[in-house]
Design a protein around this ligand. Structure first.
Ligand SMILES: [Zn+2]
Length: 362
C-alpha cells in the first residue's frame, strides 16, 4: 500500500469504519488494512467505540457527574450544623453579662415587702409591653384578652420538692384579682434558688397548664427581650384559654409545632418593632447573601461575626438569656430564608419543618 493510501486508511479507521467496509468501498487489501488497524491508537479507539467501550465511557462519565454534583450540593450533616450552631451560641455567651436576680428563694415566713414591690413594678412593665406592641398581629389578640388582667404571685419552694401550689399572695394582690372580674392571668415569679425545683425544672420562663399560670424569673432589667419572651409565653396562655388544639396536642405534633411557630413569629415581630425594623433588615441582609439552595446549608454558613452583628442590635444578654436568644436567632434566620427562597411553597409547612429541623439539631 502506498504511503498516501496508508494515511487514508488511518483516517477512515479513525472515523470508525471497519477494515471490511474500507476494503469494500475503496477496493483495498483487507489484510493490510487490518494490520494498520492493529496499531495501538486504533486498538484503543476501536475498543472504546465497541459496545463495552461505550458502556465503560458512560459509567465513567456518570461517576464523574455524580461526584461533581455531590461536591456542589453536599449538605453538611445535621451533627455538623448542630455543632456549628452551638459554637455560635458560645460566641453570644462570651458577650453576656452575669445574671442579676432580684431574689434567691423565698422562705415562707418573712416580710415580702421588697419582693412584692419588685413584682408589682415588673408587672407594670408587662402591662406596658401589651400596650406598646398591640398593633402587631397576635399581640392585638393578647391585648384584648389580657390587658389590665395580669396579677403577680411569688413562688415558694420552701415546703419540700413538691408540685403542689405554693405561692405568696398579699392582700393587695388579692384585691387586684378581686377587681379583675373575669379572665385574670396569674404570673408567678420565682427566684434563682427555685431553678432546681421540679416545678421549674431549670426552665427560664414558661406557661404551666396545670396552674394556668405563666412562670417568670425574678431577673432584673427591662429590655426588649423580656417583653418579647413574655409575649411568646402569653401566646401559649391564650391558646390554652381559647381551646386551641396546639395547647393540648402532643409535643412535636403539627398543631403543637404550629403554636410554637406562631409564638416565635410574634417574638420576632416584637423584637423588630422595638428597634425600628433594624432586626429584619439585618436578617434579610444575611439571607440575601445565600444562594438559596438549602436551609441547612445556609444555617451552616452563618459566621460568628454575623450572629454578633445581630446580637449587637440589642442590649447585652444576661447568661440565662443566651440560649433563648440563640434559638430565636436561628428561627428568625430560618423563616427569613424561607420567605426569600420558598415563595411558591406552603409557608406554614416550610416553617413547621424548619422548626423541627432546629429542634433536632440544636
Ligand atoms: Zn413556646
Amino acid at each position: 500500500m502506498k504511503k498516501e493510501e496508508i494515511q487514508f486508511v488511518r483516517s477512515q479507521l479513525y472515523e470508525g469504519k471497519t477494515p471490511r467496509q474500507i476494503a469494500k468501498e475503496y477496493g483495498l487489501n483487507r489484510v493490510e488494512i487490518q494490520k494498520i488497524g492493529k496499531e495501538p491508537i486504533f486498538k484503543i479507539k476501536m475498543n472504546l467505540s465497541g459496545f463495552f467501550g461505550k458502556v465503560f465511557f458512560v459509567i465513567v462519565l456518570s461517576l464523574l457527574f455524580i461526584w461533581i454534583g455531590y461536591r456542589l450540593i453536599k449538605e453538611p450533616s445535621q451533627e455538623e450544623t448542630g455543632q456549628k450552631l452551638r459554637v455560635l451560641a458560645e460566641v453570644i455567651h462570651a458577650k453576656s453579662v452575669p445574671d442579676r436576680w432580684h431574689f434567691e428563694k423565698l422562705p415562707s415566713a418573712i416580710n415580702f415587702a421588697e419582693e412584692i414591690s419588685f413584682v408589682t413594678s415588673r408587672l407594670q412593665i408587662l402591662e406596658n409591653s401589651l400596650e406598646k406592641h398591640k398593633r402587631i398581629p397576635g399581640v392585638d389578640i393578647l391585648y384584648k384578652m389580657f390587658a389590665g388582667k395580669l396579677y403577680p404571685t411569688i413562688f415558694i419552694s420552701e415546703r419540700g420538692r413538691t408540685y403542689s401550689r405554693q405561692v405568696v399572695r398579699t392582700e393587695e394582690m388579692n384585691q387586684r384579682v378581686g377587681q379583675i372580674k373575669k379572665g385574670a392571668q396569674e404570673i408567678v415569679f420565682y427566684g434563682r434558688g427555685d431553678l432546681n425545683h421540679p416545678k421549674i425544672g431549670d426552665r427560664t420562663l414558661f406557661y404551666d397548664r396545670n396552674w394556668r399560670a405563666l412562670f417568670l424569673p425574678s431577673l432584673e432589667g427591662s429590655d426588649l427581650w423580656k417583653e418579647a419572651l413574655f409575649l411568646h409565653e402569653l401566646w401559649h396562655a391564650k391558646s390554652h384559654r381559647d381551646g386551641s388544639i396546639g395547647a393540648i396536642a402532643p409535643e412535636n405534633s403539627d398543631p403543637w409545632v404550629d403554636e410554637e411557630v406562631e409564638a416565635h413569629l410574634i417574638e420576632q415581630t416584637v423584637l423588630n418593632n422595638g428597634i425600628d425594623d433594624r432586626y429584619r433588615q439585618a436578617l434579610s441582609e444575611l439571607v440575601r447573601k445565600d444562594n438559596g439552595s438549602s436551609l441547612q446549608k445556609f444555617l451552616h454558613s452563618v459566621k460568628a461575626e454575623d450572629i454578633l452583628g445581630i446580637d449587637a442590635l440589642f442590649e447585652r444578654p444576661m447568661v440565662r438569656e443566651v440560649g433563648l436568644r440563640a434559638a430565636q436567632y436561628y428561627f428568625d434566620l430560618s423563616t427569613t430564608w424561607i420567605s426569600f427562597y420558598k415563595k411558591e411553597g406552603d409557608m406554614k409547612k416550610e416553617r413547621r419543618e424548619a422548626y423541627r429541623l432546629l429542634r433536632r439539631i440544636s
